[in-house]
Design a protein around this ligand. Structure first.
Ligand code: BEZ
Length: 215
């Protein structure tokens, strides 16, 4: 069965460009993003890995580890890394799993045989500090992902884990957020003593409670 939100992320041991990774041990008590690539030495993947390497400081700032996967071996990954650095202007600064036997890809449902019989699709899993899957995304090989969106979702997941709020469409850190429907007005007053802007009784906005804590 496909991995669903709230499931424990499957554990595995695999080789990577940074040596052997025992996944749960490697996660420790951090959040992580695990994302797959169809194949080494392919153009869209090359740009994606460059994009993630450039954004690595933003993932670090949020306490989120980054782990890529491609179904080729470490020797190929190392040759490809040199191409990534030369063409994208940034070196790979996170581990890339080698998954020649497709064990990890199979465990995570990254192979979609009706899309491609051998290569993985572009899967993304956001995993929290309890090793629970909090987001899954699946893109086809022909469409490169927007990794700013992954950061935006991480911001929303972390915020909504701590506060009784949800984030509206296209929300960005600092924008107003929505008081969850589970809180009636009396409960909301206890949590948000400065009040809220109600556009409907069920649509109550408050300022982003994390706004002051990050620049
Ligand atoms: C690419 O990364 O460009 C790619 C990989 C596999 C199939 C199609 C495109």
């Amino acid at each position: 069965m496909a991995i669903q939100l709230g499931d424990t992320a499957p554990d595995f041991t695999a080789t990577s460009t940074d040596g052997e990774i025992r996944f749960h041990e490697w996660l420790g008590s951090d959040w992580a993003v695990l994302f797959s690539h169809p194949k080494d030495f392919t153009p869209v993947c090359t740009t994606e890995l460059g994009a993630v390497a450039r954004l690595k400081p933003e993932f670090d700032k949020r306490g989120v580890k980054v782990l890529g996967l491609s179904v080729d071996g470490v020797t190929d990954h190392e040759g490809w890394s040199r191409d990534i650095e030369e063409t994208q202007g940034v070196a790979l600064n996170f581990p890339l799993l080698a998954d020649k036997d497709r064990a990890v890809a199979t465990a995570y449902g990254m192979l979609h045989p009706n899309a491609d019989t051998t290569a993985t699709v572009r899967s993304v899993f956001v995993i929290d500090d309890q090793k629970k899957v909090r987001l899954t995304l699946t893109y086809p090989a022909s469409t490169g992902r927007n990794f700013d969106e992954i950061l935006r979702v991480v911001d929303s997941l972390k915020l909504t884990s701590i506060h009784s709020v949800a984030t509206p469409a296209n929300w960005q850190h600092g924008d107003d957020v929505i008081i969850v429907a589970a809180l009636d007005d009396e409960q909301a007053r206890a949590r948000f003593p400065d009040g809220w802007r109600a556009e409907r009784p069920y649509l109550r906005f408050v300022p982003d409670p994390s706004k002051a804590s990050r620049s």
